[in-house]
Design a protein around this ligand. Structure first.
Ligand code: TYD
Ligand code: MG
Length: 452
């Protein structure tokens, strides 16, 4: 009998070790190594007899050749780079309850209505539950093949019978189980093996597959980063459950741009695409309030106007710096720049900043708006109505230009804003109708303007 070899696999990063260790030698996580029987001899015995792959000539492929399937959910197609690619595998991650299953069910139904074969396999809900949800969404009549299964072998056998479907949705990869290796579903090695089998099927049969992945507390797609390397596209579905809006973002895309986003609103009839999202992240104040500044940010190809709010309050001996939707490290840096270069001290203040509407902003062009909001809260004086700002702030106190300044300014003008604080290098050569431009090249200029 062949010897059964066991290895220890880190559940956090997928790193392997021949012996058990308290700390993963790869990612240094504690208590994450679990024993796994890597190869079950019974299924692998004949592997060496498998015929060698036939040698193939390298084909010349052009990008336009990619056969795309439009899902009929425009915002989803946009993020995918124009639709699903046959044989492409996408992973979609997001917090529980953000709407992953809802989005995919809607896409599946739209495709099925176009006459394509679509399979929706749920490892989390019974088929009846999925059907009820489809009915509630008004999609009950779409001919989607629903299945509740967790065994990858069963799923692949079913999908291979007859013509393979154009799209198969696996909800979620953490519930899937491959009998090629041992271990409970959800462990790194199971997730990896299940995904490998599904990906092989997709490539061989031309079925597009979308895998749902759970995310961990810190927002990584659960456990296996390895999964992100294996699939063609990684999407992240973001949004606060308490807010209406959701953003679908491409993090990796072998078939399209990664900076594209899709915006959805969660309604009682499911997710609705928001085709013109620029003004949804503004709160409606009757009167201008202190501590608020509107930022023109750029998400993918679309400018968005987002209200940045700041609140400064007398803090204790070690004041807090907290941010929601913005990076906290960057906030600490900005406060230091504000002090050193503009003489505005907030050392004794708790500082809270927030991007309205549950958006997450990662671009440094938010800096100027953050500083203006902080300054306004500190002095308890609001800006006049109609002010927007953008620009990156450097450690030397300089205000650096942001990409595609013209587009941002045009969008602000279109939405009725009247004054824009912009990096001097972004000041337009031709005036933009209805918009007064205040070019600033240093933080102190911006603060001097704010004091007036
Ligand atoms: P779901 O798609 O199950 O989330 P995930 O698969 O990412 O865990 O979404 C569930 C949430 O969406 C749930 O909290 C209720 C809400 N929802 C609506 O508001 N309207 C709807 O039509 C549906 C189907 C769900
Ligand atoms: Mg779900």
């Amino acid at each position: 009998m062949a010897k059964i070899k066991s290895v220890y696999v880190c559940q956090a990063c997928g790193g392997m070790s021949a012996k058990w260790q308290g700390q993963c030698p790869n990612c240094e996580a504690w208590n994450s190594m679990e024993e796994t029987v890597e190869d079950k001899p019974s299924t692998n015995r004949f592997q060496s007899l498998a015929k060698a792959a036939p040698k193939q000539r390298l084909a010349v492929i052009e990008a336009e050749d990619l056969p795309r399937i439009s899902t009929g959910v425009d915002e989803f197609d946009r993020v995918l780079g124009g639709g699903l690619v046959t044989g492409g595998v996408a992973l979609i991650g997001g917090d529980p309850g953000v709407g992953k299953s809802t989005l995919l069910l809607q896409a599946a139904a739209r495709l099925a209505e176009q006459g394509r074969a679509v399979a929706y396999i749920s490892g989390e809900e019974a088929s009846d539950q999925v059907r009820l949800r489809a009915q509630r969404l008004g999609l009950g009549r779409a001919p989607v093949q629903l299945g509740a299964a967790t065994s990858v072998r069963d799923i692949l056998t079913t999908l291979s019978a007859g013509t393979p479907p154009a799209l198969a949705i696996i909800d979620s990869i953490q519930t899937m189980h491959s009998d090629l290796i041992e271990g409970a579903p959800g462990t790194v090695s199971q997730v990896r093996a299940s995904a490998q089998e599904l990906i092989r099927f997709a490539k061989e049969r031309g079925t597009a597959i979308v895998l749902v992945g759970h995310v961990t507390k810190d927002g990584a797609i659960a456990g296996p980063r390895v999964l992100e390397h294996m699939v063609d596209t990684v999407l992240s579905f973001e949004g606060e459950r308490s807010h209406q809006y959701r953003i679908l973002r491409a993090i990796k895309n072998r078939f399209g741009a990664v900076n594209e986003i899709g915006v959805f609103a969660m309604t009682e009839k499911g997710l609705k695409g928001v085709s013109n999202p620029s003004a949804i992240f503004l709160s409606q104040h009757a009167e201008p309030v202190p501590g608020s500044c509107v930022l023109v940010t750029l998400e993918g190809t679309r400018p968005l106007l987002v209200e940045i709010q700041a609140l400064l309050d007398m803090g204790g001996p070690s004041p807090r710096r907290l941010s929601v939707g913005l990076e906290r490290d960057r906030l600490a840096m900005l406060l230091a720049v504000l002090h050193r270069h503009a003489g505005v001290a907030c050392m004794d203040q708790d500082v809270f900043v927030n991007a309205v509407g549950g958006v997450r902003i990662s671009e440094p062009a938010a800096d100027l708006a953050v500083l203006l909001a902080i300054h306004s809260s500190l002095r308890n004086k609001p800006f006049a109505r109609g002010v927007v700002a953008f620009g990156e702030v450097g450690l030397a106190g300089e205000v650096r230009p942001a990409p595609r300044g013209q587009e941002r300014l045009k969008e602000a003008a279109k939405l009725g804003f009247s004054t824009a604080l912009v990096p001097a290098a972004n000041a337009p050569k031709k005036p933009i109708e209805g918009l007064r431009i205040v070019p600033v090249s240093r933080v102190e200029d911006a603060m001097a303007w704010a004091r007036e």
